[in-house]
Ligand binder design. Structure first.
Ligand SMILES: [Zn+2]
Length: 187
């Protein structure tokens, strides 16, 4: 789906128009970024491009702490045309998959079958709805860690995790470090 040359040129320009449309992943560091990342640019041969943060994480990359992929605009280029996927993302953002909702029920809400929904996600976002929901939960938590002084338990529940333990596990999987070490010093 993504054109390597277009992505690579946008990354080298740090083009804000592409922010949120794709993510840049560096094979050598195993970190993924927004195209606008201020970190020094890497060699073309070390780059991979993915259509979503979730797809980067599925591929084993962790989010950059400088450009903060969790604050990239959540509006894929095909927004408006691929309405099923857009509506699904909106529901996921609003926590639909943080509840006990089955994939069948989730797909039914969108008026499609679960297999079709999975295919659409794979095609446009390079991931599955449940992995996307997981990324969205971690991203909510990361924003709360950066922006609030809330206790960890509250961050876990507000982000949609069912327990503090689950939050710690998933966060550590994603960032390769525990949430307590991420917390910024509140000014
Ligand atoms: Zn970055």
């Amino acid at each position: 789906m993504l054109d390597f040359d277009i992505c690579d040129a946008a990354r080298l320009r740090k083009d804000p128009d592409f922010d949120g449309l794709f993510f840049t992943a560096v094979k050598t560091t195993r970190i993924y970024c927004r195209p606008i990342c201020p970190a020094k640019t890497c060699l073309r041969k070390n780059m991979s491009y993915y259509p979503s943060a979730s797809a980067c994480e599925d591929a084993g990359y962790r989010p950059c702490l400088r450009c903060r992929p969790e604050s990239a605009p959540f509006s894929p280029a095909w927004n408006g045309t691929k309405t099923t996927v857009s509506r699904a993302l909106k529901l996921i953002e609003n926590g639909a998959l943080d509840q006990q909702l089955s994939m069948d029920a989730f797909a039914a809400k969108l008026g499609v079958g679960p297999r079709h929904l999975t295919r659409l996600f794979q095609k446009h976002l390079g991931t599955t709805p449940s992995r996307m929901a997981k990324t969205v939960r971690v991203q909510r938590a990361k924003r709360l860690l950066d922006e609030t002084g809330l206790p960890m338990t509250e961050i876990a529940f507000k982000s949609g995790f069912k327990s503090l333990r689950r939050f710690n596990t998933v966060f550590k999987e994603t960032y390769k470090r525990p949430p307590s070490t991420i917390r910024r010093k509140t000014p």
